[in-house]
Design a binder for this molecule. Structure first.
Ligand code: AR6
Length: 244
């Protein structure tokens, strides 16, 4: 019971709109007109600092490697929490290409499914050199897009992403967050109103410093709507400078 009580349900994961309305996210001083404010987007995208294995939602995304047979970082955490049946199922999937995604059951995790994707290796520590240099952003965006497509194909409505490739694979968090915020925005705009549309896309960070980077990206690519600003004006307190 103690373990279950630590689970995070959807209602306790703040959306972009809720972050603006509670002044945990403050608008940028100048708003880029290339990215108009959208209530649909601000209600559909959410941000949390937590262990992704605790999220009680439809599916979580794993930052895996090409073998899909487990590893360190978030991959290790997901396999540990799911139990040994996960690697058994993964071993039947014949690996996964970089930028692609495959789906499994979630076993002992609270979510229904795990989507395993493989991000680009931006910086290879063992060889001390940059990898996939011509197309890391294309591959990283593909991880997010393919995972969201797979979730929709399986009727899953809520999906959470860790910061793929930004750990062992060395992708700078600011470049990654900039690319994937735009990719998710574009995907949700393109798929608004279609049958099986996603209800929530959650960015789940593990490092507090990554939250600040995402907050900066949100103010740029997901500006507040007039309604978000109106409610923020009514809420008490001076607000925090994006100290989510
Ligand atoms: N919940 C949410 N995020 C987490 C968690 C967690 N429990 N644990 C770590 N992170 P990484 P990559 C964050 O290295 O860079 C594995 O060995 C972490 O802070 O897990 O894509 C695979 O098998 C970081 O922001 O994934 C591959 O070989 C983010 O997850 C390789 O690592 C991604 O860090 C993949 O490297």
């Amino acid at each position: 019971m103690a373990a279950r009580s630590r689970l995070i349900d959807l209602a306790s994961i703040p959306t972009v709109a809720q972050l603006y309305r509670t002044k945990k996210l403050l608008p940028a001083e100048s708003i880029d007109s290339a990215f108009p404010a959208s209530q649909h987007l601000n209600d559909s995208i959410a941000l949390i600092l937590n262990d992704i294995t605790k999220l009680d939602i439809d599916c979580i995304v794993n930052a895996a490697n090409n073998s899909l047979l487990g590893g360190g970082g978030v991959d290790g955490a997901i396999h540990r929490a799911a139990g040994p049946q996960l690697v058994e199922e993964c071993s039947e999937l014949d690996g996964c290409d970089t930028g692609d995604a495959k789906i499994t059951k979630a076993y002992e995790l609270p979510c229904k499914n795990v989507i395993h994707t493989v991000g680009p290796i931006y910086w290879d520590r063992s060889q001390r050199q940059r990898q996939d240099s011509s197309q890391p952003e294309t591959l990283l965006r593909s991880c997010y897009r393919t995972s969201m497509e797979l979730a929709m194909q399986h009727g899953l409505k809520t999906i959470a992403f860790p910061a793929i490739s930004t750990g062992v694979y060395g992708y700078p968090i600011d470049l990654a967050a900039r690319a994937v915020t735009q990719e998710v925005r574009q995907f949700l705009e393109t798929h608004a109103g279609v049958p099986n549309a996603l209800h929530k896309v959650i960015f789940c960070n593990f490092e507090p410093r990554d939250m600040n980077v995402y907050a900066q990206m949100f103010t740029q690519f997901l500006p507040p709507t007039p309604e978000d600003l109106r409610i923020a004006d009514q809420s008490a307190g001076p607000g925090v400078t994006n100290g989510i």
